[in-house]
Design a protein around this ligand. Structure first.
Ligand code: HEM
Length: 504
């Protein structure tokens, strides 16, 4: 009897061991993706992918893999990633005669019992319903009405920078500090004003609001939770292991947004902000309250952290290349007689300013990795590669934007590639650059809804800064953007600059 039981245990153990081995053999040799190029170890199991995700090195690891294996690589048993411009069209747009590629639930599905947000709604109908309600808040017309609110916080940023510059002691050539947080202060304050009718008071207090201070940790946690979802048993255990204090912190984080939304809804003031488009004439809301809370929660991050990252990356390049900074400064200072003339419409026409920001978005994309979608049932092609239904696909924006077969001097910060001459003069070294491959706001029905606002903030903040101050890199310290880690969003490090009031 004992012998019989022992045999049973041994057989069960062998079966347990045999399963992953058979699965690996299947993944490598018999899986429909077996012929897609890529490293064997990544194709065999999901583990290298998860390791890279948790370490925050995933974007750089993918770049190295693309350099070895080409623009299409299999990065997990059932996942393929692309560093090709046409992939935007094939994955994100709706192609005639094709079914839509929907968001991958591993990354996007909401927690059980939680309401949908504009980002987490996977089904096209529920997403379109939410987007239709919000869209009027993001038109160019709406932005014109919102401009005074945006200007108010940029004025405050400039005031704070004057205070900083005034800290220079006699004989000191300016003041050194990390300008990164100041970009976050400004973009979060602007979102607070436009979203909830009250800023986060970061610029007022010259420090992070506690809600924002907790934010990057919560984005990092979301990235880890997604990693565990690849193994449902682990997700279940992890959820059980989350300490009560952390659960409470998450709840409080959400509750603060709920309170802000409720306060805004209790006002009867007519304001040109986002919420005014969500409120019905009878005072109710055009979508269920749960969706309003969840959507404003995710929009606070999507609408602030991204813009601040672009400004940080661009400023980091500018102080490292004084000739480019000088050209930008010259353009801005000669275009206006006074700061009060610097409005959104006038700034739109500054060619070099636009080129500098486009180059910042190319080399420092705040969404460096376009988050995964799933190939619809029945399969479809992406960039000519046929993929079975259920395959996860994504785009490596960071890698693509730095690909020398797409861009001349691909890793150099050169705004000139975005000037009109680059596309009209065949003698320009940038004539053959494939500029349309840079899509920092994505494309299709889920492209960034806030891109006009993002451009407005980017132009206004950068132009006002270089109009009023002279910037330089601080000492020997130089942040290498290529070394930053990514946890869904880019984990920023100090951008040390030296600032002084403009000299003439
Ligand atoms: C430089 C700044 C920004 C960049 C690079 C950026 C980039 C993106 C990208 C790539 C997506 C698509 C994500 C996906 O489908 O996987 C997206 C979506 C979105 N963005 Fe932005 N964004 C920026 C600023 C903003 C701003 C200022 C707002 C609003 C205040 C905003 C709100 C949103 C929303 C709500 C979505 C979801 C749209 C939908 O699913 O229909 N973003 N953004």
């Amino acid at each position: 009897m004992v012998l019989f039981e022992m045999r049973g245990v041994v057989v069960a153990a062998l079966l347990l061991l045999a399963y992953p081995i058979c699965k690996i053999i299947y993944n490598l040799y018999f899986h429909p993706l077996a012929k897609v190029p890529g490293p064997r170890i990544w194709a065999a199991t999901r583990l290298p992918y998860i390791r890279a995700l948790i370490q925050g090195t995933i974007v750089h690891d993918f770049e190295k893999l693309h350099q070895v294996y080409g623009p299409v690589i299999r990065i997990a048993p059932d996942e393929v990633t692309f560093a090709q411009g046409e992939a935007y069209n094939d994955i994100f747009r709706i192609r005639q005669g094709h079914r839509q590629f929907l968001k991958d639930p591993i990354w996007w599905s909401r927690q059980p019992g939680q309401p949908n947000s504009i980002l987490s709604a996977i089904e096209p109908e529920s997403h379109a319903r939410i987007r239709k309600i919000l869209a009027p808040a993001f038109t160019t017309r709406a932005l014109k009405a919102q401009e005074p609110l945006v200007q108010k916080y940029v004025n405050l940023l400039i005031e704070r920078m004057h205070d900083k510059a005034a800290e220079a002691k006699n004989g000191q050539n300016g003041v050194e500090f990390d300008i990164g947080p100041w970009f976050n202060f400004t973009t979060f304050d602007i979102f607070g004003e436009l979203g909830f009718g009250e800023s986060f008071d970061c610029l007022q207090n010259s420090r992070y609001h506690p809600w924002i201070a907790l934010l990057f940790n919560s984005v990092k946690a979301a990235s880890f939770i997604s990693a565990t979802k690849f193994f449902p048993l682990v997700t279940f255990l992890l959820m059980k292991c989350i300490p009560e204090s952390l659960k409470k912190m998450q709840k409080d984080h959400f509750q603060q947004i709920v309170d802000k939304v409720d306060r805004r809804l209790s006002w009867e003031l007519d304001r040109p902000d986002f919420m005014s488009h969500v409120i019905k004439a009878d005072g109710g809301t055009k979508m269920p309250m749960g969706e309003v809370y969840a959507t404003f929660m995710v929009m606070t991050t999507a609408g602030s952290e991204t813009t601040a990252t672009t400004l940080s990356g661009t400023m980091n390049h500018l102080v490292a290349q004084p000739d480019i900074l000088a050209k930008l400064t010259e353009e801005v200072r000669s275009a206006f007689m006074s700061e009060s003339e610097m409005n959104l419409e006038a700034l739109q026409g500054l060619q070099y300013l636009n080129a500098v920001l486009r180059e910042g978005l190319r080399l420092c994309p705040p969404v460096p990795w376009m988050l995964p979608r799933v190939v619809p049932p029945g399969g479809d092609t992406v960039c000519g590669t046929w993929l079975p239904g259920g395959t996860t696909v994504s785009i490596q924006a960071y890698t693509l934007n730095r690909d020398p077969s797409y861009f001349h001097s691909a890793t150099t910060f050169t705004p000139e590639r975005w000037l009109p001459e680059a596309s009209t003069n065949p003698k320009s070294p940038y004539f053959r650059d494939q500029r349309s491959a840079v899509q920092p706001f994505s494309v299709g029905p889920r492209e960034c809804i806030g891109q006009h606002l993002a451009w407005a903030e980017l132009r206004l903040i950068l132009a006002r800064l270089v109009w009023a101050f002279d910037f330089e890199a601080a000492g020997e310290k130089k942040l290498k953007w290529e070394e930053l880690r990514t946890f869904l969003l880019v984990e920023k490090k100090p951008i040390d600059v030296r600032i002084k009031r403009r000299s003439e």
